[in-house]
Design a protein around this ligand. Sequence first.
Ligand code: AMP
Ligand code: ZN
Length: 487
Amino acid sequence: MAFRIHNTLTRSVEEVQPAEAGHVRMYTCGPTVYNFAHIGNFRAYLFEDLLRRHLKFRGFRVTQVMNLTDVDDKTIRSSREQGLPLKAFTKKYIEAFFADLKTLRVEPAEHYPAATDHVPEMIALIQTLLDKGVAYKSDDGSIYFSIAKFPGYGKLAHLDMSGLRSGARVAQDEYEKESAADFALWKAWDEQDGDVAWDAPWGRGRPGWHIECSAMGMKYLGPSFDLHTGGVDNIFPHHEDEIAQSEAATGHPFVKYWMHCAHLVVDGKKMSKSLGNFFTLRDLVGKGYSGRELRYELLATHYRQSLNFTFESLDAVRSALGRLDEFSDRLRAVAGIVDPGIQKTGTTGPGETPQAGISDPGYNLPAWAQQALEAFTAALDDDLNVSAALAALFDMITAGNRAMNEKTLDAAGAAAVLGLLQRFDAVLGILEPEQQQTDAAAEALLAQRQAARQAKNWPESDRLRDELKQRGWVIQDTPQGPKLKKI
Ligand code: AMP
Ligand code: ZN
């Protein structure tokens, strides 16, 4: 079996065959850092994380680039509204973005280029397009790409170009399919840009959004690379324009496979900042949901199906994760692993990179676990069918619980199944329970209780234990001494 994915360019499911054997080079359109990302945005980043992790599970090396759009119409407008220099304005949202990725356990990409650090590359690319005659300067000093000069225009979005008005222009970064037109590569400075401007041979101004991704993609991955991803709203105009600029400049096919995730929707409408129907990750963490639960929620629907966000489904996630935790606790007990905490078997903490494709546990898996491994792999190989992969995992939990009830699973078998869970988790990233957030006050009470016990002051020790309980903590005695656990 091979890993097969749906390619938006060909509208068909194809086997992943990178240009360089064993090494996938992929580009992911990153955030426009003018606000906190909402969970719709994170749906896209989690689909890409699943893709990246499954590629690694399948033995590929991955070089991933995710850009930061820190100059465009929206960032400039918002920074001016807040009276801040562009860099100072975007810094806050860049930092928040990385913190959110960590909360959601997204594996880091290899490169995070910021657009403002790559303007010379964009100017060079625009110069090439001018030299080749596919770009031109308008009266106001902006540079436009002439779509009539690029015969392949429309191939990604499957546009019907017959009604095209030759020479019509669009200056905004975002526009509808109906207004397919020459688009801005470079926008001449105007006063709305404030002090955001760079000097180019043809005049002062700033890059358009689309050229940013072409220039940064080709800088880090070469003129042709394997995979490019984003949400479906990126297909037109953003990705269509990226193809046009890049291929017109280099004469090479820009990207072999394009993958796009469907939207996260609320009441049938795309979650978006402009509609105001959005939740940031922070909103939901503030309501008591963990990064782990939100990761599961955003990941568990196939990426090409729209995902309807509801609080009821988050509750279902909580109980699914409870089943998973109970199962691994039980396995650990059978395997004779005393200390809770799966660190023993090699998992990493949230935000860290688990070892993909962890080697076989060196023990024959029980037949039901072997079956689960095969079903899990086949499901993800089938265009990242994550719901089927999760079904394989939960079928395994049912079979494993039965085996433990019947006492047909010995310690070595349980350890092997734990090893398999780790392998699944290198792809899913949901196994590790949320790290305990003990508050400083609770830690202080615990220390006081220890002191009371050492002084054999049992009433005081009991009183402190009860106070901790009221605050939501129980004390667990471990070989490393007493620890707090959230009730
Ligand atoms: P932006 O910051 O608007 O450029 O969006 C960043 C990424 O989030 C892009 O890949 C978008 O396609 C994606 N995106 C935006 N809204 C949604 C949504 N509601 N559901 C899924 N992906 C989205
Ligand atoms: Zn992009």
